[in-house]
Design a protein around this ligand. Structure first.
Ligand SMILES: [Zn+2]
Length: 136
């Protein structure tokens, strides 16, 4: 169940909050573990089977969500920003490999590139500012 009241929303499966909560549960950590602490613990334990399962499930869900966006809009590229960039060392390479292997998209001959947003976690706020300025 999503906070918006629907079921099955992208946010419910692919938000960084969901990933963090699932990792905290898999590693039996305190619920108040900060993202910075979690990332350090994750890098030390990324080969643990329980952690690998969480990451694989997250990547699969993210690719299903992205494939729906790709099938509708057929973008040339998708830039992943937000706090995802903090977890790039433990997710990004597997994400790219799984994306190329599974090919969930309808048009398998013209798959868009998955990239990290150059502006990292600030991409959303800077984009919102630019959009707001363009409406003035
Ligand atoms: Zn929702």
């Amino acid at each position: 169940m999503c906070k918006c009241g629907k079921r099955g929303c992208f946010e419910t499966y692919c938000s960084m909050k969901v990933l963090k909560n699932n990792l905290i549960q898999a590693m039996d950590l305190n619920k108040d573990t900060s993202s910075k602490e979690l990332l350090k613990i994750l890098q030390e334990n990324k080969l643990e089977p329980a952690v690998q399962n969480v990451i694989k499930e997250y990547i699969n869900n993210l690719l299903i969500g992205l494939s729906n966006i790709i099938d509708i809009f057929e973008p040339q590229a998708i830039c992943l920003g937000g706090s995802f960039v903090y977890f790039k060392d433990v997710i990004y390479t597997d994400l790219l490999n799984t994306y190329k292997e599974k090919k969930y998209v309808f048009n398998k001959e013209n798959m868009p590139e998955l990239k990290l947003a150059k502006l990292g976690n600030d991409a959303g706020i800077i984009g919102a500012t630019i959009d707001k300025m363009s409406n003035i």
